[in-house]
Design a protein around this ligand. Sequence first.
Ligand SMILES: [Zn+2]
Length: 273
Amino acid sequence: MKRRRFLVGFASVLTLPAWAQRAPRAAAVPGGIARIRLGAADPAPRARLGQERLLVVWERDEWIALVGIALATKAGAKLRVEAQRAGGALERFEVDVGPKQYAAQHLKVPPGQVDLSPEDLARYERERAHLAEVLGTFSDPAPATLAMLQPVPGSRSGTFGLRRYFNGRPRSPHTGMDIAAPSGTPVVAANTGEVIDTGEYFFPGRTVILDHGQGLLSLYAHLSAIEVGVGEAIAAGAPLGKVGATGRVTGPHLHFAVYLNTVAVDPALFLPD
Ligand SMILES: [Zn+2]
């Protein structure tokens, strides 16, 4: 543990740019990430939010737990985090969730486009259960770095968290970042990891999901082509597929999402400005 700690500190001082050393940017708001300082004692503490284990990393001179805060969390809520220190002592922390107002989008669409057919609904429910299981992945090794690469060049939509209404009825909020790029543009892994899911799904179309360690996952959707298989190791910057317009979309773009302790957090927090 001491040895690994030294190497991580060494790498972050000598090779990572300044923004990467503090990635992700922390903000205790819905869709954001809270940081909890857990002290310097070895071994690494284990931390939980409810049933979900949290990512714990060594940062400069102490252990830090990162808490992904679900978009559905209300401002003013208190999240209770438990940390098990070396020696077994249990410590409790409270995260006060602050306000964050995401934009709303109201769309009027023909009723037939809002309500899925029974077959599509059954397919969607099956896929939702499968994806929830995949997004619950927690593997023990911590990510070597939390900083990420933008997986495709292009302008970012900034629509993470967008509250969508179809004919006045609330739909699920937008859980990722959309990056505009022509069909066929190579998409690369935002961080080093392992491919834990590939598939073609009703809403996200052709999709790849990567596990970067300790509940930090990234998801790439609407791909025209998938070039990796489940179980493959992938390095940051290595190609995984191509931009497309598969699934329910109006045009080609990459939907890029980042998950921490099973909840979608703003991918921009991990990317350079
Ligand atoms: Zn999207």
